[in-house]
Design a protein around this ligand. Structure first.
Ligand SMILES: [Mn+2]
Length: 364
């Protein structure tokens, strides 16, 4: 039976549960959400094991499996078949076993034709997450766009090949991910050191430092990254380390680094990727609720997942209809303006007559 490792047995915002041991429960899925409550790979503050549970529920609206997007004018949770497979029942103290279990579950989801969205967990999981997807599409066929303050390309950290500072190195060494189809955005701070940077350069990585993004603007950097990510690759995997955002926007994380993206910049970038590119897998990692304040980080992570789902829904709708989403189209354009005006006018006339009259319904 599928379930969650900690806390109340809930699904992401109330979407239906599926069970990865029962193929029929997710055979028709467009998207399957999977929790990977692993924090045995952290080098500093642990606590990301509580990420999946926080990401599933951080929201002020009911857990009703429906979220109509004001910006994208779709209800991703309803327009797509979205299931939550619960958590990988892993042990954070046995990281080698944990990454194998995660990879198998991600592969199952991808092989069923669905897009996996993995809720971390620390960034160790990017290794099995991308590998599970690449096993289906072919090694080297899935590029990666990686949001992070840190490069995560270390070789051996604290004596271990497996950890949250090394997943991208493991992916590139195994051939699952091509170094020259790996785009990093948001790097800053004081790590890694020169030998690691030399390894990155030798393997053709393209890393956009925060300083470059500020100097050039985020949009041109994204456009350039999109071109690289879609050349000779079938799909794009997005790995979002929440610490790409400034600690003021995402305090609840294990290795915060000041000077990062705003929450809005991250959501805008994720929306653009999922609308414009063939996204085949996503993970949202390093949300560590023990260090959070007022659920700021959990709420942002929840919205990153929703933005992914909404933008994929809108992409599919537009591709089927031959239309294009226009962010400059006013929210209220094209609605039943005449009918609303009639109701308002009737109500005002009735109030003048003093009989209360019919009032328009207000939907929240
Ligand atoms: Mn990371």
């Amino acid at each position: 039976m599928a379930g969650v490792l900690f806390g109340p047995d809930i699904t992401f915002l109330g979407v239906p549960r599926c069970d990865l041991t029962d193929e029929s429960s997710y055979a028709d899925a467009d998207i399957v959400i999977l929790g990977a409550p692993l924090d045995g790979g952290t080098s500093y503050r642990s606590g990301a094991r509580f990420g999946p549970s926080a990401l599933r529920q951080a929201c002020y609206l009911p857990q009703d499996g429906s979220r109509p997007s004001l910006a994208l004018r779709v209800d991703g949770l309803k327009d797509l078949r979205v299931y939550d497979a619960g958590d990988v029942m892993l042990y954070s103290g046995d990281i080698e076993q944990a990454v194998k279990m995660i990879e198998e579950d991600v592969y199952k989801i991808t092989a069923a034709g669905a897009i996996p969205i993995i809720l971390g967990g620390d960034h160790t999981i990017a290794w099995p997450d991308h590998t599970g997807v690449a096993r289906h599409y072919g090694f080297g066929n899935v590029s990666m766009i990686h949001f992070d303050a840190h490069a995560d390309t270390g070789d051996i950290l604290n004596g271990s090949l497996v950890g949250h500072g090394t997943p991208m190195r493991r992916l590139i060494e195994s051939g699952a991910l091509r170094g020259d189809r790996f785009l990093q955005l948001g790097l800053r701070g004081y790590w890694p050191d020169e030998p690691v940077l030399q390894w990155m350069a030798a393997n053709g990585l393209r890393s956009y430092e925060m300083t470059e993004i500020v100097a050039r603007g985020l949009e041109p950097c994204l456009t350039e990254a999109f071109d690289i990510a879609t050349t000779d690759c079938e799909g794009v995997f997005i790995s979002v380390d929440i610490d790409v955002c400034d600690p003021g926007h995402a305090p609840g994380t294990g290795t915060p680094e000041p000077g990062g993206f705003s929450a809005r910049e991250l959501l805008d970038a994720v929306r653009r990727i999922c609308y414009e590119l063939p996204v085949v897998g996503v993970d949202v990692v390093e949300v560590a609720p023990p260090y959070d304040h007022a659920d700021i980080t959990a709420l942002l992570g929840n919205r990153v997942v929703l933005e992914v789902i909404s933008a994929i829904a809108r992409r599919r709708k537009d591709r089927a209809a031959g239309t294009t989403w226009d962010p400059m189209q006013p929210l209220l354009a094209g609605r039943e303006a005449d009918e609303q005006l009639r109701l308002i006018t009737e109500g005002e006339q009735a109030r003048r007559r003093g009989d209360g009259g019919a009032r328009p319904h207000h939907h929240h």
